[in-house]
Write a protein that binds this ligand. Structure first.
Ligand code: ADP
Ligand code: MG
Length: 206
Protein backbone atom coordinates (compact mmCIF):
# COMPACT_ATOMS: atom_id res chain seq x y z
CA UNK A 1 0.00 0.00 0.00
CA UNK A 2 1.33 3.40 -0.97
CA UNK A 3 0.05 6.93 -1.49
CA UNK A 4 0.03 8.38 -5.01
CA UNK A 5 0.02 11.98 -6.17
CA UNK A 6 -3.65 11.79 -7.17
CA UNK A 7 -4.62 10.48 -3.73
CA UNK A 8 -2.73 13.38 -2.17
CA UNK A 9 -4.72 15.78 -4.37
CA UNK A 10 -7.92 14.08 -3.20
CA UNK A 11 -6.70 14.53 0.40
CA UNK A 12 -6.22 18.26 -0.12
CA UNK A 13 -9.66 18.62 -1.76
CA UNK A 14 -11.26 16.79 1.15
CA UNK A 15 -9.37 18.90 3.70
CA UNK A 16 -10.53 22.07 1.94
CA UNK A 17 -14.06 20.63 2.04
CA UNK A 18 -13.85 19.94 5.79
CA UNK A 19 -12.56 23.45 6.46
CA UNK A 20 -15.36 24.99 4.38
CA UNK A 21 -17.99 22.80 6.05
CA UNK A 22 -16.68 23.59 9.54
CA UNK A 23 -15.76 27.22 8.96
CA UNK A 24 -18.38 28.52 11.39
CA UNK A 25 -17.36 26.01 14.07
CA UNK A 26 -13.71 27.09 13.77
CA UNK A 27 -14.77 30.75 13.90
CA UNK A 28 -16.85 30.09 17.03
CA UNK A 29 -13.99 28.27 18.77
CA UNK A 30 -11.59 31.10 17.91
CA UNK A 31 -14.13 33.73 18.99
CA UNK A 32 -14.17 32.15 22.46
CA UNK A 33 -10.40 32.25 23.06
CA UNK A 34 -8.92 34.26 20.17
CA UNK A 35 -10.00 36.80 17.56
CA UNK A 36 -12.52 34.68 15.66
CA UNK A 37 -10.69 34.41 12.36
CA UNK A 38 -9.40 30.81 12.30
CA UNK A 39 -12.23 29.38 10.16
CA UNK A 40 -12.11 32.30 7.74
CA UNK A 41 -8.30 32.15 7.57
CA UNK A 42 -8.14 28.43 6.86
CA UNK A 43 -11.00 28.57 4.37
CA UNK A 44 -9.35 31.40 2.44
CA UNK A 45 -6.02 29.56 2.45
CA UNK A 46 -7.36 26.21 1.31
CA UNK A 47 -9.52 27.84 -1.39
CA UNK A 48 -6.35 29.50 -2.69
CA UNK A 49 -4.45 26.20 -2.39
CA UNK A 50 -7.01 24.35 -4.54
CA UNK A 51 -6.82 27.10 -7.19
CA UNK A 52 -3.03 26.72 -7.32
CA UNK A 53 -3.24 22.91 -7.47
CA UNK A 54 -5.67 22.96 -10.40
CA UNK A 55 -3.30 24.89 -12.63
CA UNK A 56 -0.02 23.30 -11.61
CA UNK A 57 2.21 20.63 -13.15
CA UNK A 58 2.79 18.41 -10.12
CA UNK A 59 5.45 15.71 -10.27
CA UNK A 60 4.45 13.93 -7.07
CA UNK A 61 2.75 14.20 -3.64
CA UNK A 62 5.63 16.33 -2.37
CA UNK A 63 5.17 18.89 -5.13
CA UNK A 64 1.44 19.07 -4.39
CA UNK A 65 1.99 19.67 -0.67
CA UNK A 66 4.65 22.32 -1.33
CA UNK A 67 2.15 24.13 -3.57
CA UNK A 68 -0.38 24.08 -0.71
CA UNK A 69 2.29 25.44 1.65
CA UNK A 70 3.05 28.38 -0.64
CA UNK A 71 -0.64 29.20 -1.07
CA UNK A 72 -1.20 29.19 2.71
CA UNK A 73 1.82 31.35 3.47
CA UNK A 74 0.84 33.91 0.83
CA UNK A 75 -2.88 34.11 1.68
CA UNK A 76 -3.22 33.46 5.43
CA UNK A 77 -1.93 35.90 8.03
CA UNK A 78 -1.85 35.39 11.78
CA UNK A 79 -0.39 32.38 13.51
CA UNK A 80 -2.00 29.59 11.51
CA UNK A 81 -0.81 30.66 8.03
CA UNK A 82 2.92 30.38 8.75
CA UNK A 83 2.44 27.32 11.01
CA UNK A 84 0.37 25.34 8.49
CA UNK A 85 2.68 26.66 5.75
CA UNK A 86 5.66 25.21 7.61
CA UNK A 87 3.83 21.93 8.24
CA UNK A 88 2.96 21.41 4.56
CA UNK A 89 6.37 22.61 3.37
CA UNK A 90 8.26 20.18 5.60
CA UNK A 91 6.00 17.27 4.67
CA UNK A 92 6.24 18.23 0.99
CA UNK A 93 10.03 18.47 1.07
CA UNK A 94 10.29 15.09 2.74
CA UNK A 95 8.04 13.46 0.12
CA UNK A 96 9.50 15.17 -2.96
CA UNK A 97 10.82 12.60 -5.42
CA UNK A 98 8.65 9.75 -4.08
CA UNK A 99 6.18 8.69 -6.76
CA UNK A 100 4.60 6.33 -4.22
CA UNK A 101 4.68 7.05 -0.50
CA UNK A 102 4.74 4.15 1.95
CA UNK A 103 3.97 4.23 5.69
CA UNK A 104 7.61 4.80 6.73
CA UNK A 105 8.03 7.73 4.33
CA UNK A 106 4.67 9.23 5.34
CA UNK A 107 5.36 8.94 9.08
CA UNK A 108 8.86 10.36 8.59
CA UNK A 109 7.48 13.31 6.63
CA UNK A 110 4.92 14.07 9.36
CA UNK A 111 7.68 13.97 11.99
CA UNK A 112 9.56 16.64 9.95
CA UNK A 113 6.34 18.65 9.72
CA UNK A 114 5.79 18.49 13.48
CA UNK A 115 9.41 19.49 14.11
CA UNK A 116 8.97 22.45 11.76
CA UNK A 117 5.81 23.63 13.54
CA UNK A 118 7.53 23.36 16.92
CA UNK A 119 10.70 25.10 15.70
CA UNK A 120 8.59 27.97 14.42
CA UNK A 121 5.95 28.29 17.15
CA UNK A 122 7.85 26.93 20.16
CA UNK A 123 4.74 25.14 21.44
CA UNK A 124 5.16 22.01 23.55
CA UNK A 125 2.64 19.29 24.36
CA UNK A 126 -0.06 20.68 26.66
CA UNK A 127 0.25 24.32 25.56
CA UNK A 128 -3.25 24.11 24.01
CA UNK A 129 -2.34 24.44 20.32
CA UNK A 130 -2.46 22.45 17.09
CA UNK A 131 0.64 20.63 18.40
CA UNK A 132 -1.62 18.78 20.89
CA UNK A 133 -3.43 17.11 17.97
CA UNK A 134 -0.26 16.69 15.89
CA UNK A 135 1.92 14.90 18.45
CA UNK A 136 -0.38 11.93 19.18
CA UNK A 137 -1.31 11.59 15.50
CA UNK A 138 2.32 11.52 14.35
CA UNK A 139 3.14 9.01 17.09
CA UNK A 140 0.24 6.83 15.94
CA UNK A 141 1.62 6.83 12.39
CA UNK A 142 5.10 5.99 13.65
CA UNK A 143 3.93 3.02 15.69
CA UNK A 144 1.55 1.57 13.07
CA UNK A 145 2.37 -1.61 11.18
CA UNK A 146 0.49 -0.78 7.99
CA UNK A 147 -0.57 2.37 6.20
CA UNK A 148 -4.34 1.95 6.43
CA UNK A 149 -4.30 1.15 10.13
CA UNK A 150 -1.84 4.00 10.72
CA UNK A 151 -4.04 6.54 8.95
CA UNK A 152 -7.10 5.50 10.94
CA UNK A 153 -5.19 5.45 14.22
CA UNK A 154 -3.74 8.88 13.47
CA UNK A 155 -7.19 10.38 12.84
CA UNK A 156 -8.47 8.90 16.08
CA UNK A 157 -5.41 10.11 18.01
CA UNK A 158 -5.77 13.62 16.55
CA UNK A 159 -9.43 13.68 17.61
CA UNK A 160 -8.51 12.64 21.15
CA UNK A 161 -5.69 15.21 21.24
CA UNK A 162 -8.10 17.89 20.04
CA UNK A 163 -10.67 17.04 22.72
CA UNK A 164 -7.96 16.95 25.38
CA UNK A 165 -7.16 20.64 24.71
CA UNK A 166 -10.46 21.69 26.32
CA UNK A 167 -9.39 21.72 30.00
CA UNK A 168 -5.93 23.17 29.25
CA UNK A 169 -4.73 26.69 29.96
CA UNK A 170 -3.22 28.17 26.80
CA UNK A 171 0.48 28.97 26.93
CA UNK A 172 1.01 29.95 23.27
CA UNK A 173 -0.78 32.15 20.77
CA UNK A 174 -3.56 34.66 21.34
CA UNK A 175 -5.46 32.34 23.70
CA UNK A 176 -2.54 32.59 26.15
CA UNK A 177 -3.49 36.25 26.79
CA UNK A 178 -6.61 34.91 28.54
CA UNK A 179 -4.67 32.84 31.06
CA UNK A 180 -7.09 30.81 33.24
CA UNK A 181 -10.04 32.02 31.16
CA UNK A 182 -8.80 29.97 28.21
CA UNK A 183 -9.91 26.85 30.12
CA UNK A 184 -13.00 24.88 29.09
CA UNK A 185 -12.67 25.73 25.40
CA UNK A 186 -11.42 23.45 22.63
CA UNK A 187 -8.47 24.86 20.70
CA UNK A 188 -9.35 25.97 17.15
CA UNK A 189 -5.99 25.01 15.61
CA UNK A 190 -6.09 21.53 17.15
CA UNK A 191 -9.58 21.22 15.65
CA UNK A 192 -8.46 22.10 12.10
CA UNK A 193 -5.53 19.68 12.54
CA UNK A 194 -8.00 16.92 13.40
CA UNK A 195 -9.81 17.66 10.11
CA UNK A 196 -6.48 17.34 8.29
CA UNK A 197 -6.00 13.80 9.67
CA UNK A 198 -9.68 12.89 9.20
CA UNK A 199 -9.46 13.83 5.52
CA UNK A 200 -6.14 11.95 5.22
CA UNK A 201 -7.76 8.77 6.52
CA UNK A 202 -10.69 9.19 4.12
CA UNK A 203 -8.58 9.95 1.06
CA UNK A 204 -5.52 7.77 1.65
CA UNK A 205 -6.68 4.64 3.49
CA UNK A 206 -7.82 1.94 1.09
P1 ADP B 1 -4.31 34.00 15.10
O1 ADP B 1 -4.12 33.43 16.47
O2 ADP B 1 -3.13 34.79 14.65
O3 ADP B 1 -5.61 34.73 14.97
P2 ADP B 1 -5.54 31.69 13.91
O4 ADP B 1 -6.74 32.11 14.64
O5 ADP B 1 -5.72 31.40 12.45
O6 ADP B 1 -4.35 32.74 14.09
O7 ADP B 1 -4.95 30.35 14.56
C1 ADP B 1 -5.01 30.13 15.96
C2 ADP B 1 -4.46 28.75 16.24
O8 ADP B 1 -3.08 28.73 15.96
C3 ADP B 1 -4.55 28.37 17.70
O9 ADP B 1 -5.81 27.77 17.99
C4 ADP B 1 -3.39 27.40 17.89
O10 ADP B 1 -3.79 26.05 17.66
C5 ADP B 1 -2.44 27.80 16.81
N1 ADP B 1 -1.26 28.46 17.38
C6 ADP B 1 -1.14 29.73 17.79
N2 ADP B 1 0.12 29.97 18.24
C7 ADP B 1 0.79 28.81 18.11
C8 ADP B 1 2.14 28.38 18.37
N3 ADP B 1 3.04 29.23 18.87
N4 ADP B 1 2.47 27.10 18.11
C9 ADP B 1 1.56 26.24 17.60
N5 ADP B 1 0.30 26.58 17.32
C10 ADP B 1 -0.09 27.84 17.57
MG1 MG C 1 -7.44 33.86 15.32
Amino acid sequence: MAITRDETLDWMRRFAGEVAEHRQELVALDTAIGDGDHGTNMNRGMTKALEKLEGAELADSGAALKTVAMALVSSVGGAAGPLYGTLFLQIGNALAGHSEVDLAAFAGAWRKGLEGVQARGKAQAGDKTMVDALIPAVEALESASDLNAGLRAAAQAAEEGMKATTPLIARKGRASYLGERSKDHQDPGATSTYYLFKSAAEALAG
